[in-house]
Design a protein around this ligand. Sequence first.
Ligand code: SF4
Length: 348
Amino acid sequence: MSPPIKTHRSPRSEEKKRLIDGNLPAFHSALTDWFQQKGRDLPWRHTHDPYAILVSEVMLQQTQVATVIDYYQRWMVRFPDASTLAAAPENDVLHAWQGLGYYSRARNLHKAAQALVRDHGGTFPSDPEAIRALPGVGRYTAAAVATFAFDAPIPPVDGNIARVLARLLDFYEPVDSSAGLEHLWETATRWQPERGAGFYNEAMMELGALVCTPRSPVCETCPVEAFCAATDPELLPIKKPRRKTVLLDEHCAWALQDGRVLLEQQTGTRWRGLWRLPVLAKAGKGTPLVTLDYPFTHHRITLRVFPFVMDSGESRQWFSLADLADVPMPAPHRRALKQLLRQAALQG
Ligand code: SF4
């Protein structure tokens, strides 16, 4: 038997919780009327094309909306459908993704397009299980594509919607625990409208993005305040304790010769296939030419670049300065490269 679910037991919150289940049509109308008037005009909201929605959802997984808009629009021009993406070389796909980070998303999107062509004749399946079987597509993304493209009454519960649900329910179980998450999925499924589920789910997401924000939710202007059981919304959602940040050092070489730069192609899981500054086993001598910090999962990495004499090899290759813009590189190494090229130009 699953453990009992913890909630704040104030009379106000108990009364409000019953309100939503007993008044679903009024709750749906309050939310969707607000969304109709206040929802943002985002490019992927103009389409029901499941491929375009998949692209936007994958991009939005780790990246802010404002950054994604440009990338999404350029991507849809370059790879307008699954067949075009499936046929593109991986280098082109990674290049189009450059700067968005977490490159496994681009590789999986590429593989998903190939699976759509190979297994579905290029037609996107509407069955949520078949969507979920595509490479890189998890429970949330499959639900998002099914509901936004096909209007399926399936809730896409991401961190944003989990926060809104936790507050509406005054729910004090960690939303990233399996018991807590399951309770939220069940509730969100029960609350799905019979018609217009895609629009309703989009409205829930928008509420989390614009009103029921992580810090300082704007309860005074919230369209569903009358239905909300939260007694202290800023305390919610509860999450499991975070992993500690681990500090790491990364040392790389700067080799510039006859107007060419030496780069190394990454072979491991992180950044696989991208070109980066060649790795040094230990720090070079003297002061680094460039030092910069960047985050990676729960790590904080300090990248230091030293002048070094080395030559091309199995995974290392010289690139002319004119070609560098077209080489797919991880964002921190692209930043370091720009600084190094500026310094080299100043030194003549
Ligand atoms: Fe509840 Fe406030 Fe969030 Fe609205 S904004 S759902 S009233 S916590």
